[in-house]
Design a protein around this ligand. Structure first.
Ligand code: GLY
Length: 358
């Protein structure tokens, strides 16, 4: 075979560049580092590996019309795949059988060969494990009649991600307790969907969601006291120990959350888990994913802290110790006037029950 004589440093020298810009920087979410390009002879040039990354990252934050078309497609495929799971699942399945229906539909109908992340299919108390489904807990529990399922799955198309969570009772009929927790999360999701738009603070959206959820838990008899006092004490982070959502695009937790020109990560409980603290801009694509979980170590911590335990109605909360959790997650495009929701799955209790009864 003839040896290739192409020399990149010679070619670049012909262009006589004043500086070479190489891409290097962190994904502030994953911590992964983009490594700068290297070629033999690069030492001859002036190289700047700092200024390109924030510019490219910011370009990735605002989606182009072509990107939006692909994102809308992959969210649609994932929505339909979730609906297939909800239609077919029944007590006595293993969690991985739900995952398998999702994978099959995404590939066979949507042409999505890959997933955006490892499927999270938690049933019963597993639904309170935020990143369940990894190799150590591979969605292998037998689902019991009466379990809630929290299935967080997203197909990937052409590198573009989706990230959708559906929570539903495996037997297709919500119990009173399941309805209470589900509707608390749905109220949080609806409040954010009604208020998110260009110019609105993402931190404010997180706090709005948490306030709604705590208010509903209070109405349901699990909490007592003033919601504002609960928020000030950090009770929100006991029931939702994760951020409201994240940027989505070529990475499932996309770049751009904490660039140098953006607000820094807040320090208060709950909002300190946010993957960005930015003001929303039209063209951003984000997940809205409030949740409510009964996580044993967090509940024990709250009961042991007088500043938090005064809000907890112990005999009511004890009923939910093995409940697990509920999360509702939509993928939405931020617009000047609101959101364009790319997620099409049954969301109200009535819609879910009607869909699963089919
Ligand atoms: N939904 C999976 C994740 O955000 O990591």
């Amino acid at each position: 075979m003839k040896k290739c004589e192409f020399k990149i440093d010679a070619k670049i020298s012909e262009l006589n560049p004043s500086v070479l810009l190489t891409l290097s920087g962190p994904n502030t979410d994953s911590g992964l580092q983009a490594k700068p390009a290297y070629f033999q002879g690069i030492e001859k040039f002036i190289v700047d590996s700092d200024i390109l990354f924030p510019v490219i990252a910011e370009c990735r934050v605002i989606k182009s019309p072509a990107e939006i078309e692909v994102l809308r497609y992959v969210a649609r495929v994932s929505s339909d795949a979730h609906k297939q799971v909800m239609k077919q699942i029944r007590p006595g399945w293993h969690e991985y059988q739900g995952e398998s229906v999702f994978l099959h539909h995404s590939y066979s109908v949507g042409g999505c060969r890959h997933m955006s992340y490892t499927c999270i299919c938690g049933a019963g108390s597993n639904s309170a494990i935020l990143h369940y489904g990894h190799a150590g807990s591979p969605n292998d529990r037998l689902i019991q009649d009466g379990d809630m399922c929290l299935f967080d799955m997203g197909a990937n198309y052409g590198g573009y991600t989706s990230d959708i969570t559906c929570s539903f009772p495996v037997n297709g009929k919500f119990s009173a307790d399941q309805k209470l927790i589900y509707n608390a999360v749905l109220a949080a999701r609806d409040a954010v969907c009604a208020n998110a738009k260009d110019g609105v603070s993402w931190v404010d959206m997180h706090l709005l969601a948490n306030r709604e959820m705590l208010g509903q838990l209070k109405q349901g008899g699990l909490l007592q006291g003033e919601v504002d006092d609960m928020m000030a004490a950090g009770l929100n982070a006991i029931f939702q120990p994760h951020g409201l959502g994240h940027l989505l695009g070529l990475d499932v937790h996309d770049v751009g959350g904490y660039l140098s020109h953006c607000p820094e990560r807040p320090s208060e409980p709950g909002v300190n888990r946010l993957r960005m603290a930015r003001t929303l801009k039209a063209g951003m694509y984000v997940t809205i994913e409030p949740g409510c979980y009964f996580i044993e170590p967090l509940l024990n911590k709250a009961f042991a802290d007088p500043n938090l335990s005064k809000f907890l109605v112990k005999d009511q909360i004890d009923r939910f110790r093995t409940f697990g959790g509920v999360r509702i997650e939509d993928d939405v495009l931020i617009t000047q006037t609101g959101i364009d929701n790319f997620t099409f799955v049954p969301r109200t209790v009535e819609e879910i029950e009607a869909w699963m009864a089919k």
